[in-house]
Write a protein that binds this ligand. Structure first.
Ligand SMILES: COc1ccc(C(=O)Nc2ccccc2)cc1NC(=O)CCSc1ncnc(N)c1Br
Length: 276
């Protein structure tokens, strides 16, 4: 539409820097836009892989979903372009990188830091849900940190417009899947609330609640049963929030507003270093 600023990007506009990481479909590089000196993260997706895994349509839908998202806790997709072999996504660069690396290094986060991250996640999800976008792939690997340590929700590889019934097979970890997705049922935005509960648990404990080293079917069973156990060091308020999110039936799960007003969040809210 005419209101959109004309921005046809091409590779020659960028100075490519160090590799930032390897995603499931391609590599990500630090890059600088030559004219403005603006630093971005440039993600390359290889077309033959996308076509091969019938993900082409998903990328297109993804780009159109992303291009009108603007929120401080959601990583921006500024634009995209392609050459004969690759598609390039021009992404906001998150100054403190991948959250899961910080989590693994520190084993687990304090209750105060976890509450701050969960509050910011709830704000990002409330924004997405208002736009009828369900993320569906909330896990530490898809969360980045901005230069001030703020959450940047990323990689909407699986986001869809609600409601939806997943068609393509799921890849990667099952740990974050809610019962309705494990059972292949219709699912709505409440899948992100279940995953938020799993994320809260993993921040505080250092591992997801239903992880079962004996394999997928064991994890499936534990999810379907909501077989939830807490270590003794978890506070009563944190246990309360997690238990009210990890409810088998989606309607019983807390809403995002209730998460943002939960005693466990409010208890820590005044100690967060709030910029500005
Ligand atoms: C809005 O962020 C995205 C939006 C979309 C997709 C994507 O691949 N979609 C997709 C790909 C294939 C098929 C269907 C969808 C990916 C991302 N994001 C990423 O890949 C994160 C790259 S890593 C990184 N990024 C910035 N700063 C850092 N310090 C780092 Br480390």
């Amino acid at each position: 539409n005419s209101s959109k600023p004309l921005r046809n990007f091409h590779l020659g506009m960028f100075e490519i820097g160090k590799p930032l990481g390897k995603g499931k479909f391609g590599r990500v590089y630090l890059a600088k836009e030559k004219k403005t000196g603006y630093v971005v993260a440039l993600k390359t997706l290889h077309k033959e892989e996308l076509v091969h895994s019938k993900v082409e349509r998903q990328v297109r839908r993804e780009i159109e979903i992303q291009s009108n998202l603007r929120h401080k806790n959601i990583l921006r997709l500024f634009g995209h372009f392609h050459d004969e072999k690759r598609i390039f996504l021009i992404l906001e660069f998150a100054g403190r990188g991948e959250l899961y690396k910080h989590l693994r290094r520190q084993q687990r986060f304090s209750e105060e830091l976890s509450a701050k991250y969960i509050f910011q996640m709830a704000q990002a999800l409330a924004y997405l849900h208002k736009k009828h976008v369900i993320h569906r792939d909330i896990k530490p690997e898809n969360i980045l940190l901005g230069i001030d340590g703020e959450i940047k929700l990323s990689d909407f590889g699986w986001s869809v417009h609600a409601p939806s019934n997943r068609r393509t097979t799921l890849c990667g970890t099952l740990d974050y899947l809610p019962p309705e997705m494990v059972e292949g049922k219709e699912h709505g935005a409440k899948v992100d609330l279940w995953s938020l509960g799993v994320l809260t648990y993993e921040f505080l404990v250092g591992a997801p609640p239903f992880e079962d080293i004996s394999g997928h079917s064991a994890t499936y069973r534990r999810i379907a049963k909501v077989d939830l156990k807490f270590p003794s060091f978890i506070s009563a308020e944190a246990k309360d929030l997690i238990s009210r999110l990890l409810q088998h039936s989606p309607e019983k799960r807390l809403s995002l507003d209730q998460v943002m007003r939960h005693p466990w969040i409010l208890k820590h809210k005044n100690n967060w270093d709030r910029p500005g």
